[in-house]
Design a protein around this ligand. Structure first.
Ligand code: TYD
Ligand code: MG
Length: 460
């Protein structure tokens, strides 16, 4: 049967398909994300419609219980933070996506990982579609790497990459970046949805059939304009995303999806003159100054995977000079923030309607947890009233629409995390009190609150 060509439009963010161009994706709500693709006709469809099963050749089917367990199924990179978020090293033959904004440090990290692996005697093939071998060499010199077992290929056509794989026979393959690699047969530009999808599907096949562990680097922008990683998420085994401010040296690597390990674990790094370094003492980055108490600055805790971090929320409130009052939050869920502003107006009777309100989390972290509510609210009211805690105090609590304070999860862990970092004062929801009955609070000052206005006894 002749195959027919058909035009379709695909959302580059979530992969939603439609027969005509749309301004906004009905599925993921992103604007201007549709790109045109040409698909080959009906072969799949007719295959799907067929009432008979295919009987052409018998593929190899094995019983699960006869599968030999691999003995060393994980490869450790020696970079502890990286191994940890992967669940104790890279799972062999898996396909790992590392995504993040351009310039955040993806190539730097992967080169450091590659170097460690090559030192352990593993052969690495590095497909570099963005940088020349000289640029890579320059970077590796800067990072102080030796990289004897790393082979560079400056080629972006999939067929040529496959021949190189055949010749070099690496254990590890790095594709930097997925947006640059393409199949000649596909009639769209590198980085388009169809190219990315086909290349990734092929890489998945290569990983599983040849037993090669593959890292894919993918760029995403804040606005999500560039096609790619969002579609890839479904296809790969593991997705790691880089977070952090490019202007800030702190970098966070988060496991967003992991078929072979925990999700939402974070690894913490710092960008230095000699590449990414693991951060052991995170508090230095997340807390600006734990000695001096300032109005509008409130300490609280947040869970990132299994880790409980003590973080600092800062607010600034100034009179609106013109037009609509401004609301700006960096690192904190905007809806939660505006909800707290509304509760302050309604329940604490502070006229924020005529005020610009800014909110920020120190260190470039992105946090989202209801347990932060009370800290957000306290930061804003403190900034408005110019009031502060006399001593460093960790504030915990979810706030309900009527201003009531709701309990937080894992309250003991949160208090312990604060104590470990030398904090002794805590404000905790009254409804967590029962749960803390057997908690050893020796040396700690724990105050309980049940309504938002209760907070004012503690700041002045
Ligand atoms: P890079 O790894 O090229 O980012 P990506 O691959 O995600 O686009 O990182 C580039 C940035 O990192 C660049 O701004 C320079 C900085 N950098 C350092 O600060 N120190 C270093 O040792 C290296 C290699 C890069
Ligand atoms: Mg790069």
């Amino acid at each position: 049967m002749m195959s027919k060509q058909k035009r379709i439009f695909t959302c580059s963010e979530c992969g939603y398909k439609t027969s005509r161009w749309l301004g906004q994706c009905p599925d993921c709500q992103n604007w201007n994300s549709f790109t045109e693709e040409i698909v080959e006709g009906n072969s799949l469809k007719s295959g799907r419609r067929s009432k008979k099963l295919h009987t052409e050749s018998l593929p190899k089917v094995i019983a699960l219980h006869t599968v030999d367990p691999m003995s060393d199924i994980r490869i450790e990179t020696g970079i502890d933070e990286f191994d940890r978020i992967l669940g104790g090293g890279i799972f062999k033959d898996s396909l790992v996506l590392i995504g993040g904004e351009p310039g955040i440090g993806k190539s730097t990290l992967i080169l450091q990982v590659a170097d460690n692996l090559s030192k352990a005697g593993r052969k690495v093939l590095y497909i570099s579609g963005e940088e020349s071998p000289y640029q890579l060499k320059d970077r590796s010199k800067r990072l102080g790497l030796d990289s004897r077992n790393i082979f560079i290929l400056n080629e972006i056509e999939m067929k040529k990459i496959e021949s190189a794989l055949n010749t070099i026979q690496p254990e590890i393959l790095i594709v930097d970046s997925i947006q640059t690699v393409y199949f000649n047969e596909i009639d769209s530009i590198p980085g388009s949805v169809s190219q990315i999808r086909e290349v990734t599907a092929r890489l998945m096949y290569i990983a599983k059939s040849l037993g090669i562990t593959i890292f894919i680097i993918g760029h995403i922008t804040k606005g999500g304009v560039i096609a790619g990683p969002r579609i890839l998420e479904h296809m790969v085994d593991t997705v790691l995303y880089f977070e952090g401010d490019r202007d800030n040296y702190f970098r966070l690597l988060r496991s967003f999806k992991n078929r072979f390990g925990p999700t939402n674990e974070i690894g913490m790094f710092e960008m230095t003159g000699a590449g990414l370094k693991e951060v052991k003492d995170i508090s230095q980055i997340l807390i600006s100054n734990s000695d001096a108490q300032l109005p509008g600055v409130v300490l609280t805790s947040v869970f990132e995977g299994s880790r409980c971090l003590i973080i600092e929320i800062q607010s600034l409130v100034t009179p609106t000079s013109f037009g609509m009052p401004r609301r700006l939050s960096t690192g904190i869920d905007f809806n939660r923030f505006t909800l707290m502003v509304a509760i302050i107006e309604k329940k604490i009777h502070i006229p924020l309607q005529t005020m610009d309100v800014f909110l920020n989390v120190t260190g470039g972290l992105k946090v989202k947890e209801p347990a932060l509510d009370l800290a957000i609210l306290t930061a804003i009211t403190g900034a408005f009233k110019d009031q502060k805690f006399p001593e460093p105090t960790i504030v915990l609590g979810e706030v309900g629409l009527n201003g009531e304070i709701r309990p937080v999860s894992r309250v003991e862990d949160r208090i312990r995390a604060g104590k470990r970092q030398g904090f002794n004062n805590f404000i905790v929801p009254n409804r967590n009190k029962k749960g803390l009955k057997n908690f050893n609070s020796k040396g700690l000052k724990i105050n309980y609150v049940s309504y938002v206005s209760n907070i004012f006894q503690f700041i002045n």
